[in-house]
Design a protein around this ligand. Sequence first.
Ligand SMILES: [Fe+2]
Length: 257
Amino acid sequence: MIDLHVHLLPDLDDGPSSIADSLETARLLAGAGVHTVAATPHVRVDYPSEPTAIDRGVAALRTAIAEAAIPLDVLGGAELSFEQLRRPTAELRRFGLAGNPSLLLVETPYLGWPLALERTIFDLRLAGFTVVLAHPERNPDVQGDPVLVERLVRSGTLVQVTTSSLAGVLGNRARETALELLERDLVHLVGSDTHGPDGRALGAEPVRRAVGDRALVRWLTEDSPAAIVAGRRVPLRPDPIRRRRFRRPRGGRGWPR
Ligand SMILES: [Fe+2]
């Protein structure tokens, strides 16, 4: 699996607090079948990680991972909060996801749906950026109306849902919404958003358990993220007609149509 949303650098945000924690997380990721990650520390008011510190952190972690013989390739990146998108274009490019300066991982607000979100993302597209929207399934407005995400996707935004959402670890609403977005063909990749050895669901197996379709799981965890990082078009999603195989959460309500 290629996991493009991981808090893996020590002492930059609410991720690992030491290099030992980072290495432990890297071991867990590799053990779950992840071969490549993008380290994506928060860039927001409470964790104002700067590109120089991120680059330094990635270089140091790559060295430590090589010395520890952990089979995990670590690329750079960042998870930008909505307010950070006002930065000048040249600055934003330095936060490019997985080293692609045109790709920005943007944190969906946990509360509310900013009126300016759509316009801001549109303006970023005009400036040559592609936005990867992180875990919209955790936002209550999206949970109430998943179609909010559709307009963004139709205008070129890519969507990452979180493995633990699909696994039900983050609550039934997040799980149902993640499945609903998948059913509506509004998801392009899955990422763990792990913050250290924190018990989050890792790797492709929890995705397979939630989705049940191996070809789709491969697309979500390998083929699509590989294309996104390379700046290629996301390959055609396999077998969209058989979407109804997604497993409904036990005891959950049905998906709204
Ligand atoms: Fe995150």
